[in-house]
Design a protein around this ligand. Sequence first.
Ligand SMILES: C[S@@+](CC[C@H](N)C(=O)[O-])C[C@H]1O[C@@H](n2cnc3c(N)ncnc32)[C@H](O)[C@@H]1O
Length: 468
Amino acid sequence: MGRKQKKKMVYDVPVVDVADRGKSVAKDADGKVYFIDKAVPGDVVDILVLKKKKSFFQGIVKEYKKLSEDRVEARCEHFGVCGGCKWQHLDYKAQLGFKSNTVVNAMTRIGKLDASLIDPIKGADQIFNYRNKLEYSFSSKRWLTDAEVATDEKIEQSPALGFHAPGAFDKVVDVNKCHLQDDLSNEIRNFTRTYTKEHGMEYYDARAHTGLMRNMVVRNTSLGHWMIIMSFAKEDDRIMPFLEVLKDKFPQISSLHYVINKKLNDTILDQDIILYHGEPFIIEQLGDIKYKIGPKSFFQTNTAQANVLFETVVDFAELKGDENIYDLYTGLGSIALYVSKSASHVTGIEEVEAAIIDAKENARLNGIENTTFYAGDVKDILTDDFSTKHGHPDLVITDPPRVGMHKDVIETLLKLKAPKVLYVSCNPATQARDLELLSAKYETVRMQPVDMFPHTHHIENVALLVLK
Ligand SMILES: C[S@@+](CC[C@H](N)C(=O)[O-])C[C@H]1O[C@@H](n2cnc3c(N)ncnc32)[C@H](O)[C@@H]1O
C-alpha cells in the first residue's frame, strides 16, 4: 500500500485470536489477517487498514459490530492507555485458555512436542494486586490520550509519574491508581508526585537528559515489608529533605534507598544504591523459607504464584533426599533454598553478584548448610571442572531469563548428562527452542504452565526432561 493510496476499510471481520503485546488477530472471509488493538476474540469489527506487511495487515478498529461473550469491564481507569494490563477486558478463564494455547503452539511448532504432555494451566486465585514490585518512571512529558490529542482545546503538556506508554521511551502515563500492587503503592507514588511537583523537583526528559527525578521502584512482601528505591539524575539539595518526609509519612517503608544515576540509561544494577533509612533488605517467606531481598536482587514478582511454581518444581523433581542438584540462574537462591531440605546438596549459579551475596545470606538466615553459590555467567561457570568439583548432578534446575539458555550452556548440559533436567521458563518460545536442542539426549515427559501475570500475555512453563 503506497503512501498516497487511500486508506481502506474492511467490514464485519471476526476477531479470532490474540497475539503478542496485547494485539488481536482478525481474519476476513478471504483469509486475510489483520493485527488490531482493543479487540478480543469473539468480537466482530470494522477495521481501518493502516499498513500492509508481507503476510498481514495492521489496522485500527473503527466500529464494534458484535461484542465477544468473553469481554468483561476493565477495572482500571488507565486501561487502553497504559501498556500494563492489555487483557483486562478479557474474562480470566478466557485469558487462561489463550495462555495455554501459547504454550501448546510453542511446544508443538517449535519444540516438536506432543500437546498431551502439557498439564492444564494453573491459574491465579488473586488476579489483582498480585505484584510485589512496580517500577514507576518520571517524565517531563505526560502521555496524552487519543481523546486529548483529538480535541481542539489546548492540552497542558505536564510532567507525569507512572508507566511508559507502549513504545514511548520519553512519555509516561500519569498513573492515579494501579490495581497490580497493594494500594499503599498508589499512596506512596501519588504523595511523591504531589511533593516533588510542589517543590519544583523537575521530572526527567529522556531526550534532552535534563531534570532530577528519574525512577521509583516500590517492592513489598507478604510479611508487610516495603522497599523504595528512588533514582535521581544528579545530586540536589532537595533530595535528603524529600527522603526524610517520605520516611516520616510512610512508616511502613522498612527499607528506603536512593541512587544518583547520571548515565543515559535507567538501569541501576550497575550503580551504587545507597541506604537512606531502615534495613538494607526486605524479607519474604515462601513455604518455610525466608528470603532477604536486597535492592538489586531478582525475586519472583507474584509471591502467591511463586509458591505454586516452586511446588510444581518440587512435585516434578520427586526428590528422595540424596540428590546432588545444580540450580542455574538461581537469582537469590529462591528455588535452590526451597528444594535444599529435600536434597543432599544444591549448587546455584547467578550472574548478579549482589543476588549471590543475598543467596548466601539467605542460606545462613534459614540455617541451611547444604548449598553453595557462585556469581558469574552460567556459560562461563558451568564447565567440566565445575562438575568435577561439585559432583555429577542428579538433577539440573534451570530458570533462565526470557532469551532462554545460551547455546554453550545447552552444549554443556548435553555433555553433562544429568538424569533429569527441570526447565522453568517465562518464555515458551525460547524454552521450546531449547527443548528441541536438548532433545538430542533428553525426552520432555511433562509440562506445567503456571500463570504468574494475570491480564498480560505472559506465561510461565515448567518442563521435566529425562535422559534418554
Ligand atoms: C527468571 S530469573 C530466575 C531467578 C530464580 N530462579 C528465581 O526463581 O527467583 C533469571 C535469573 O537469571 C539471571 N541471569 C540472567 N542471565 C544470566 C547468565 N547469563 N548467567 C547467570 N545468571 C543470569 C538473572 O539475573 C536472574 O536472576
